[in-house]
Design a protein around this ligand. Structure first.
Ligand code: MN9
Length: 295
């Protein structure tokens, strides 16, 4: 069985009223999502505001998620950063906990050629004995890989998968066809059904933190060949996601999680607070989300 098949929420980082890591909220969120049937977690990625946290917070956040998951589902630790040294340190910490895999965004800000990027990934993989999932997110990292470069990643057996946060589903299909052993995670929730149909094994996404059951159903319906029903679910999810994108995905996601009873206290600056008008628009969509079993 593929450990990395299915729905993996890219966890947010909830805060206390004072703006510190809210461990109780993070534990409650992990617990709820496990009960809802998620396949695992992606911790300390973009949705976790990892680049707005200091290194100690990134470590602590991962520890909290890992302990809360309690070995029931795999945890993937996003350890990428702008520097190889810091990524290696974070990977070593993640490995010491016993996570299932590490994942690294491409180092960004400075520009590197592909050989340099490969050296970065190899340094992390040499340091820890853990599978690596390449986090491909050109829209935020500014690093766009060609198919040939993704294939080169695939020639290192320590790289087991790709988180494909790109609308290029032709590339997703090609990488599945050319390197069949790689696990491919769809990255844009709003295109999940399309990603599945092009060969994605599962998905890592922000919105699964407040509407996981919808996405679990999309995958089940797709696997049962019920495409029209799967599309109806994707339409319903996308009505919410369209409003979320207009509002700000991360602050909007936290708003929904708050409405579902888990305190988050917004996003860290320089991310902006949710505008009240957007909050009202999101509230009007609450009936698209099913009631929580634990309510
Ligand atoms: O993890 C997420 N992408 C980003 C993947 O964080 C940029 C997605 O889940 C999006 O937040 C979501 C909304 O566009 O699909």
């Amino acid at each position: 069985m593929n450990t990395f098949k299915g729905i993996f929420p890219a966890l947010i980082t909830p805060y206390t009223p004072g703006g510190e890591l809210n461990e109780a909220s993070l534990v409650a969120l992990v617990e709820r999502l496990i009960r809802q049937g998620v396949a695992g977690f992606y911790a300390m990625g973009s949705s976790g505001e990892c680049f707005l946290l200091d290194e100690a917070e990134r470590r602590r956040g991962l520890e909290v998620v890992f302990a809360a998951a309690g070995g029931r589902v795999p945890v993937i630790a996003q350890i990428g950063s702008t520097s190889t040294r810091q990524s290696v340190r974070l990977a070593e910490h993640a490995a010491s906990l016993g996570v299932a895999a590490v994942s690294s965004v491409s180092p960004f800000y400075y520009k590197y050629d592909f050989a340099g990027l490969l050296t970065h990934y190899r340094a992390i993989m040499d340091a820890v004995d853990l599978p690596m999932i390449v986090y491909n997110i050109p829209s935020l990292s500014g690093v766009t890989y060609t198919l040939d470069q993704l294939q080169q990643f695939g020639s290192d057996p320590r790289i087991v998968g790709i988180k494909h946060t790109s609308q290029d589903l032709f590339q997703l299909e090609r990488i599945r066809a050319l390197v069949p052993r790689l696990t491919v995670f769809n990255g844009f929730d709003e295109m999940f059904l399309a990603g599945l149909s092009m060969g994605a094994h599962g998905a890592i996404g922000t919105t699964f933190s407040f509407m996981a059951p919808k996405f679990i159903r999309i995958q089940r319906l797709y696997e049962a060949g019920r495409m029209a029903d799967a599309l109806a679910e994707q339409h319903s999810a996308n009505t919410v996601i369209a409003a979320l994108i207009a509002a700000g995905v991360f602050s909007g996601t936290k708003h929904f999680i708050e409405r579902q009873g888990i305190a988050c206290y917004g996003c860290r600056e320089p991310m902006q607070a949710l505008h009240p008008e957007h909050a009202a628009r999101l509230d009007a969509l609450l009936d698209q989300l099913e009631p929580l079993a634990d309510d």
